[in-house]
Design a protein around this ligand. Structure first.
Ligand SMILES: [Zn+2]
Length: 82
């Protein structure tokens, strides 16, 4: 999305952790999961300005089942996986 020809808004995604072993509700077994974070970011030309609409997800590596989690849960998973 481009506003006023100067500010560009993009959705971003990054992986926070991989290979997190946990039960998958779709598979019904313990499977490796990836922890993903998405957010929306505004840029002025190529300069990043603001980030908002943060969301965290756990995605099963086997079946692709995606589960939304809170920032606190994501932080706890990151601490345990270190
Ligand atoms: Zn699964």
């Amino acid at each position: 999305m481009i506003l006023f020809g100067l500010i560009i808004i993009r959705d971003r995604e990054r992986a926070l952790a991989e290979g997190i072993e946990r039960p998958c509700p779709a598979c019904g077994r313990t499977q490796p999961h990836g922890l993903l974070e998405t957010y929306r970011q505004a840029h002025l030309f190529f300069i990043p300005l603001w980030r908002w609409n943060w969301r965290r997800f756990l995605a099963c590596d086997v079946c692709g089942q995606v589960e939304s989690i809170t920032a606190e849960e994501a932080g706890e998973i990151c601490r345990r996986s270190e």
